[in-house]
Design a protein around this ligand. Structure first.
Ligand code: RAM
Length: 841
């Protein structure tokens, strides 16, 4: 008994979003307190859900009359508890633009001159064809009080906008990366407080970004993936006190000139020459008569969509832990943490023209110098040329993956900080335990997530790659979902994945699609187009993640090309079990296991949407694939062709084995693990500990977790890792040896789900039916807290002399089956529960 309360209200998985699109946004909330007995959702003055059939629901789709564009809607959720008390929680969302009128504008790239001749490296990057970043400005006059102002803005490239000299919004690397041929995101910003009476100035700097800069590793094609130069579109919608409105949009009246940002590129780095600055250009009163008119490049608005995710933000800053002199005017800063972001550097007063260079690296060589061999062609070099006065330098349109930075050109650097950038997904999980090395491993995993969730889930943040590889994301997703609320982040990226789906139904290897990467998806990579939506649905309870047509198109594509149900053809570049240190898992076995898994999950997804006929067809297909798998790869005694760890892991995890061969296969897996340690690559690794523990070998899973010899997780920790390495042992050709690649960090989910024991029953979504099964191994205590889609889940256990003690918090509307280490099972309702047992079995 007691009151109940909704909190964490969100619309389409974001808190108070501006720019919601679609006719039926999803409204959701978390629950605290007692179980609700009634629930009502109202969008003020427009729609009431009526009492929901499920009083403990945590989300509902708006189903009222059409929403108007650019309008704020207040909404609330009212809950009643069994004791009759009610509570109401309120939030709002604002709808996006419906009809753009503004023009696309740009600085004419052919009119941009390099005013300074190249010197010894100052413009070294000119060789790459990088041009100065255009500044664009528009002055306008406001005669009456403004009550609301919204800036809708996007760029082909990157933009940073200011109104009257104050930055509009706090997004970095906006508008973010999508396949710009299909979709270009715009942001909507509340800029009411930035406007004044009289003259106002909207000022924007553009950079190449993913649009026309270097991205990925295609050596044949330096940049220009989507276009040749950056362009801007913006509409400032002003509402005046008398109810009238006015739009100031991008048009031919804008003026442009290059400024102090001489080039900016995601991979190459950024150069500021402060001698070329145009002071006051963002403010009223600036004389822009010497600036050029902009080029109007078009009026195409067809690809513009509101941003559905949290932007990349400069989330935190880390001061240099040490600053070591390496030469008369050079120093190496160590930030103590491998991260993605950039260096912010205080510069003293200097002779004008003094050039200061910042290079970045993940590691140092034996002499304490930067080791940049693994960056490949990513120069990751930022340059500042002083105009004289002291200043603070921070690049705006690039980011690097680094722990160390070498600063050259200063006898003594001022304050040096690393600015950490990532998609600002709200953190939801914490895990601590009695082994400090495992805690360090968990921090490394979390930092891997920070460094690689930068607009898209990337493989790595440092070298000339940083692509949205599907398998990396797929295996890491369960970990990511515990660490943070990644619903909006992945809702956005799944659109990139679907944009990249071929007319034949094929999912890609990377999304957004980009030249230089084999387009046809490999087993385990392309299947992420099915696996990820399914896991998001189960985690967040939003069936909107399940695009059954897209998922089924993938399964049917593989089927069409492999009618005998063994996936041999159209396997793309077949990356197999990428970077597995052990014997190779037979490719057809691995591929067919994923074929089955995709068919199986798509059948379930069809059922969720009530598409019974599709579900039955896909279920029958999944069953047939399983039969073919068994016939082709499974011996009568449960041996698999190839006899590899990943083979057994896939077969056991995806339910591919007949009942009588499950135990022998699990035993064989355990033997292989005991004998060799982990031998999996990217596809097998996320399943290792979960599958071992699901088959009675939690002890062995713990042994793996705490193993320190290579290959192992703690080998990395013992060798000073602060993120997860691309290779188990961190050794390999430098061109393929990233120190911030999260795939092997997929063990993170097992810390929450295995060691702490937070799980859900097979048919449960959004943690409605919790299964709490702590696996203590030989740890003495562990604690996990998880802000799930339903509400707070917490598990804390401790071994003491008098036995095993467990505290569990079950969110409202949920139940839990608690498995104690002594073999006992308890069923409990929502609330806080304590269990003690004297012995363990
Ligand atoms: C590598 C990427 C990625 C992996 C693919 C197959 O270059 O770094 O992690 O998924 O190749």
């Amino acid at each position: 008994m007691g009151s109940v309360r909704a909190y964490g209200l969100s619309c389409d998985h974001r808190t108070t979003p501006l720019g919601v699109s679609g006719a039926t946004p999803r409204l959701s909330w978390r629950l605290a307190g007692a179980d609700p007995v009634a629930c009502l959702v109202e969008v003020d003055g427009l729609w009431s859900s009526g009492e929901l059939a499920d009083p403990a629901a945590i989300g509902v789709r708006y189903a009222g009359p059409p929403l108007r564009p650019r309008t704020r809607y207040d909404w609330r959720v009212t809950l009643r508890a069994a004791d009759g008390t009610t509570s109401t929680a309120r939030s709002w969302f604002e709808t996006g633009q419906d009809r753009w009128t503004a023009a696309w504008i740009a600085a004419d790239p052919d009119a941009v001159e390099h005013v300074d001749p190249p010197t010894d490296g100052e413009w070294a990057l000119r060789d790459h064809g990088l041009l100065p970043c255009p500044q664009l400005r528009r002055s306008f006059t406001i005669g009456a009080p403004v009550t609301a102002a919204r800036l809708h803005i996007s760029a082909k490239g990157l933009y940073e906008a200011a109104i009257n000299g104050t930055r509009a919004g706090d997004a970095q690397l906006a508008p973010g990366w999508t396949d710009y041929r299909h979709r270009l995101q715009y942001q909507t910003l509340d800029v009411t407080s930035l406007l004044t009476g009289g003259e106002n100035v909207l000022a924007v700097t553009l950079a190449d970004g993913w649009w026309s800069g270097f991205a990925g590793f295609d050596p044949r094609r330096p940049g220009y993936h989507y276009g040749r130069f950056p362009e801007l579109i913006a509409e400032l919608h002003l509402t005046f006190a008398d109810g009238t409105t006015r739009v100031v949009g991008t048009d031919a009246a804008w003026r442009t000139a290059p400024g102090h940002v001489r080039h900016a590129d995601l991979l190459k780095g950024e150069c500021h020459d402060l001698r070329s600055a145009t002071p006051g250009w963002e403010l009223p009163g600036f004389d822009d008569s010497g600036w050029r008119p902009v080029l109007v490049t078009g009026h195409d608005h067809g690809t513009l969509v509101p941003s559905p995710d949290e932007p990349v933000r400069a989330v935190t800053r880390l001061p240099a832990v040490t600053l070591t002199r390496t030469g008369p005017d050079s120093h190496v800063a160590d930030f103590g943490q491998n991260l993605a972001g950039r260096v912010r550097l205080a510069l003293p007063e200097l002779p004008p023209g003094t050039r200061v260079t910042i290079r970045h690296a993940e590691t140092l060589d034996a002499q304490g110098r930067l080791d940049t061999a693994n960056l490949r062609t990513a120069d990751a070099t930022d340059t500042i040329v002083s105009a004289g006065p002291a200043t603070v330098f921070e690049p705006a349109f690039t980011y690097h993956g680094f722990r160390y930075a070498e600063i050259t050109g200063l006898p003594r650097p001022g304050d040096v900080e690393a600015v950490v950038l990532h998609s600002d997904t709200p953190w939801t999980g914490t895990f601590t335990c009695s082994d400090p090395e495992i805690e360090q491993l968990r921090r490394n995993i979390e930092w891997g997530q920070r460094g690689n969730f930068v607009s898209v889930p990337t493989d790595c943040p440092q070298r000339d790659e940083r692509l949205g590889w599907l398998a990396d994301a797929q295996v890491f997703l369960p970990t990511a979902c515990f660490n943070a609320d990644v619903a909006a982040f992945f809702a956005k990226w799944l659109r990139d994945v679907r944009d990249a789906q071929t007319p034949e139904g094929g999912f890609p290897n990377v999304a957004p699609r980009i030249s230089g990467v084999a387009e046809e998806g490999a087993p385990g990579w392309a299947d992420a187009g099915v696996i990820i939506p399914w896991h998001l649905y189960r985690t967040y309870g939003d069936a909107g993640f399940l695009d059954v047509d897209s998922m089924a198109a993938w399964v049917d594509f593989v089927h069409r090309n492999n009618p005998d149900l063994i996936w041999r053809f159209r396997t793309g570049p077949h990356y197999a079990d990428w970077l597995a240190p052990g014997p190779a898992t037979p490719r057809e076995l691995l591929a067919t296991a994923f074929f089955h898994h995709s068919a199986d999950l798509t059948a379930r997804a069809a059922l969720v949407h009530g598409r019974i006929r599709d579900a039955e067809r896909l279920r029958a297909l999944a069953d047939d694939i399983r039969d073919a798998f068994i016939k082709t790869f499974v011996s009568a005694t449960g041996r698999l062709t190839g006899d590899t760890q990943t083979g057994y892991l896939l077969a056991l995890a995806f339910g591919l084995l007949p009942g009588d061969r499950i135990a022998p296969a699990a035993r064989r897996l355990a033997e292989l693990v005991e004998e060799h340690g982990p031998q999996t690559g990217f596809l097998g690794v996320s399943l290792l500990c979960p599958v071992l523990s699901a088959h009675g070998r939690a002890d062995l899973a713990h042994t793996l977790l705490r193993r320190t010899a290579p290959p192992s997780w703690l080998y990395q920790v013992r060798n000073g890792a602060t993120t997860i390495w691309e290779r188990w042992d961190g050794r390999g050709a430098p061109s393929m040896n990233s120190f911030n690649h999260y795939a092997f960090g997929s063990i993170g989910a097992w810390l929450y789900g295995g060691v702490a024991g937070i799980g859900q029953a097979p048919g449960s979504v959004a943690y409605r039916e919790l299964v709490i099964r702590p696996l203590p191994g030989d740890l003495t205590w562990a604690r996990a807290e998880y802000e799930s889609a339903r509400g707070r889940i917490a598990v804390s256990w401790e071994r003491r002399d008098d036995g095993f003690h467990l505290d569990v918090t079950v969110p409202p509307g949920a139940t839990a089956t608690v498995h104690l280490p002594d073999g006992q099972t308890r069923q409990v309702p929502s609330g806080d529960h304590h269990f003690s047992t004297t012995e363990e079995s």
